[in-house]
Every structure is written in structure tokens, then in C-alpha cells.
Ligand binder design. Structure first.
Ligand SMILES: Cc1cc2nc3c(=O)[nH]c(=O)nc-3n(C[C@H](O)[C@H](O)[C@H](O)COP(=O)(O)OP(=O)(O)OC[C@H]3O[C@@H](n4cnc5c(N)ncnc54)[C@H](O)[C@@H]3O)c2cc1C
Length: 398
């Protein structure tokens, strides 16, 4: 069996390991546009901060491809998939035949139409090369004034990465709060104040227009968009991301997809969505790999989740923020969201007591209609739950 994987990041690593769980002998070829061994993308900010190095950001050991008997074609792009003839054409001219193909092309920076942007050199912050380029730029401008468009996860990670090596950082966003996709207003205010304590300046509810600011270095961190072109061109159904089912199959025969490039239905949220987070990319990749190799695996319980920290303050979020919001009194910030007798989501800042129980409750859709919700916001102690629920948890533990 010939397997080809397009992309060489987290979903691809999951796919390789998934294939090898079910097939020790098939030929695997991985095509990665970046000229590197697979690395942990979230670690690029720690690299710039000097907290890690090029060796330690590797997501898998140096002998990963060799041990899994894979051929890695790095620094080349897949340009075209011919789904009829089952082959992939690469930028270097090679044509790779496949029996099963996985598309793990991730996402790319989304740069919206920003007036006057074309007059300026700007940086994005998604890849190792982006990080190294920004590092080089910073070296050429002592005490640089940095302007970052985007107060989301990537913009704030970029700010954290460079804050010790630049003069000042201003973060501007159209949204009225930081981390608008993962925090509500109150939670965002706590994080914003914390970041201001480290000298970051924020201009929120502010339209991006570089002409309106004084700066030396500009970073555009305004989100990501799934990389779907190859899939679209070969006839796969694509919405925001490439449509995949619970087996990571696309709508084209023998083509699978995994990670940030996809969109799938989650039984947990009852919605189809792109959930661009690392754990999903890995599990979807592994699911694709096992199924590609003739095994059986499914993943239909993707849950929006984020575990992230900025300047020593940590945030853990999960689920959706629907229904009644209940905030714990004894903690700086623990908020849960309850709807129709079910826990729908939570936002915890620096207090992660029993987070696993809350996550399991969201994932399993467990009935909490008899539970003291104020008490649940404080702590998911088993005493809050009816006896049959306690018995169930205890049975699962034994
Ligand atoms: C700064 C930063 C911080 C983050 N922090 C977190 C975090 O704390 N927690 C979390 O869960 N997630 C985080 N993420 C998101 C996480 O990194 C992604 O969800 C994850 O990397 C997705 O993996 P992937 O394999 O789907 O795609 P990607 O990591 O995007 O990789 C896709 C790869 O495919 C390659 N490719 C694309 N097109 C082609 C082609 N035609 N031919 C060949 N190769 C191609 C790309 O070059 C890329 O190397 C962060 C992301 C960034 C940028």
C-alpha cells in the first residue's frame, strides 16, 4: 500500500503513527512545504523568548521518520492532486502515486483587507520561519516600537515572545476585548490588566490602519484560515474547512484529511465546525492514519478547548458559552455555562480544580439538572452530584 501525506506538522505526525499502528509495511511519503523536521508550532513563541531551542521544539525525536519507515520530502509543496489517477504532483516536478492520501495542510495566516497595508513590510507569526525572520528584524532595530494587529491567541503569543527584546508593544484590534474567541468580557479584562502590567498597550475597538500609528515593526496576527485549495481543486467538498466525517474521510474516495485544514461535525457541540487546536489535529490525524491502513477508528467528539498561558497567567477553556453563566465567588475567575440541565462550557483562569471532571461532563452531556450550580462553579466535588452519578463515576474509576 502506498500512503502519501501532504503537510508535515501535528496532524501528519498523528497520521504516520496511526498508519503504523495498523500497517507496518506500507510505504509512507510525507510532503512538507516547510524545510524542517516536524515541530510543535505553539513553541515558536518560546523559541523567540529563549525558553527553548531548535532541537527541543521538535515534536517527535530526530529519528522519527526513520523509525516509522517514512520518506520525508521537505521544502516542497504539493501542487495538484489528481483524484482519478490517484497521484500528487510536487513543486519539484515529482509525481507521487498513492493508494490512500491524507491532506494535512493546516492553516495559513488570514490577512484581512487593511487600508494602506501594502505600503509597509509586515510579519506574520505562524511558522518557524516567521519567528526567525521576526527575530532577525528585531536585532536590526534597537528598542523597536512594535505594532501588532490582532489581540487573539497568536497576536498575544507574539507579544509575549518579543517583549523582552523590543522597546514597546502596542496591540490593536477591532474587537472590544483581548482573546475574543476564547474569553468573555470579564475574563478578557483580567488578562488585559495582567498584560498591561508587563507594559503592553492595547487599542481595542480600533480599526487596523498602519498609517494611523507610529511604529518600527508591524506584525499582522489577525487569525488563520484553513488551507483547503488542493482539496477543493480535486473535487472534495469544502466549507470553511475540508469536510471530513468521524473517520477523517473527505468526500473523495481514498482521500482523508486532518487537522486545522478540516471542518467536522462534533456530537459534543452538535455543530459542524473547524476547531484549529493541536490536540484535535493529532487525534484526527491518528484517526485518518488508522482508517487509511484498514483499521477502525473514529473521532466525533471534538471539543473546542484551549489551555494557554501569557506571562505566567493561565487560561483553561472548554465547550461553548451558552445558557446561564455562573461565576465562582471564591476564585479570581471560574465561570461555568449551563443550559437545559447540561454543562456547556467553562472559563477558568489560574484555578483548574477538577478540570477533568468538568470536561468529561461537557463531553458526555451528563444530566446536572439536580446539581447545585453555584457549588459546581466553585468545585466539582462528588458530594454535589446525585447518588447514581457518584456511583457511575466510582464504577468508572475502579
Ligand atoms: C503561535 C501559535 C501558538 C499556538 N498555540 C496553541 C496552543 O497553545 N494550544 C493549541 O491547542 N493550539 C495552538 N496553536 C494551534 C496549533 O499549532 C495548530 O492547531 C496545529 O499546529 C495544527 O496542526 P496541523 O498539522 O493541522 O497544521 P499546521 O501546524 O498548520 O501544519 C500544516 C503544514 O502543512 C504544510 N503545507 C500546507 N500546504 C502544503 C502543500 N500544498 N504541500 C506541502 N505542505 C503543505 C504547511 O507548510 C505546514 O507545515 C498555536 C498556533 C500558533 C501559530
Amino acid at each position: 500500500m502506498d500512503y502519501v501525506i501532504i503537510g508535515n506538522s501535528i496532524a501528519a505526525a498523528g497520521c504516520i503513527e496511526g498508519i503504523r499502528r495498523a500497517d507496518q509495511n506500507g510505504k509512507i511519503t510525507v510532503v512538507g512545504a516547510e524545510p524542517y523536521h516536524v515541530y510543535g508550532r505553539p513553541l515558536i513563541s518560546y523559541l523567540l523568548e529563549g525558553k527553548t531551542d531548535l532541537e527541543r521544539i521538535k515534536y517527535r525525536p530526530a529519528d522519527f521518520y526513520e523509525k516509522n519507515c517514512c520518506t520525508l520530502v521537505k521544502g516542497e509543496r504539493a501542487l495538484k492532486i489528481d483524484a482519478q489517477k490517484k497521484r500528487v504532483t510536487l513543486s519539484g516536478g515529482a509525481v507521487l502515486p498513492y493508494d490512500r492520501l491524507a491532506i494535512a495542510t493546516g492553516s495559513r495566516p488570514f490577512v484581512p483587507r487593511i487600508p494602506n497595508l501594502e505600503k509597509y513590510e509586515y510579519h506574520t507569526f505562524m511558522t518557524l520561519d516567521d519567528a526567525l525572520k521576526l527575530q532577525e528584524k528585531i536585532k536590526t532595530v534597537p528598542n523597536a516600537r512594535v505594532l501588532i494587529f490582532g489581540a487573539g491567541l497568536i497576536g498575544l503569543k507574539c507579544a509575549e515572545a518579543i517583549h523582552k527584546s523590543v522597546g514597546e508593544i502596542t496591540v490593536a484590534d477591532m474587537a472590544d476585548r483581548v482573546l475574543p474567541s476564547i474569553l468573555d468580557h470579564d475574563g478578557a479584562e483580567i488578562i488585559k490588566k495582567h498584560l498591561e502590567g508587563y507594559g503592553l498597550k492595547f487599542l481595542l475597538s480600533t480599526a487596523a490602519n498602519p498609517d494611523s500609528f507610529d511604529f518600527d515593526i508591524l506584525c499582522v496576527c489577525t487569525g488563520v484560515v484553513p488551507e483547503t485549495e488542493l482539496a477543493k481543486e480535486c473535487g472534495a467538498e469544502v466549507g470553511r474547512g475540508i469536510f471530513v466525517d468521524g473517520k477523517s474521510k473527505t468526500t473523495v474516495k481514498d482521500i482523508y484529511a486532518a487537522g486545522d485544514c478540516t471542518e467536522s461535525y462534533s456530537e459534543v457541540t452538535g455543530k459542524r465546525a473547524a476547531i484549529p487546536i493541536l490536540p484535535n489535529a493529532y487525534i484526527q490525524g491518528e484517526t485518518a492514519g488508522i482508517n487509511m491502513a484498514g483499521g477502525i477508528a473514529s473521532f466525533d467528539s471534538a471539543l473546542p478547548m484551549n489551555a494557554i498561558g501569557f506571562f505566567g497567567k493561565h487560561i483553561l477553556t472548554a465547550g461553548v458559552y451558552e445558557g446561564e453563566a455562573v461565576r465562582a465567588k471564591s476564585s479570581e475567575y471560574r465561570k461555568i455555562f449551563v443550559k437545559d440541565g447540561k454543562l456547556k462550557g467553562f472559563i477558568f483562569i489560574d484555578d483548574f480544580k477538577r478540570a477533568g471532571i468538568y470536561t468529561a461532563l461537557i463531553r458526555d452531556g451528563g444530566d446536572i439538572s439536580g446539581v447545585d450550580i453555584d457549588g459546581l462553579a466553585e468545585n466539582a466535588g462528588l458530594n454535589l452530584f446525585p447518588k447514581n452519578f457518584r456511583d457511575e463515576v466510582l464504577r468508572a474509576k475502579n
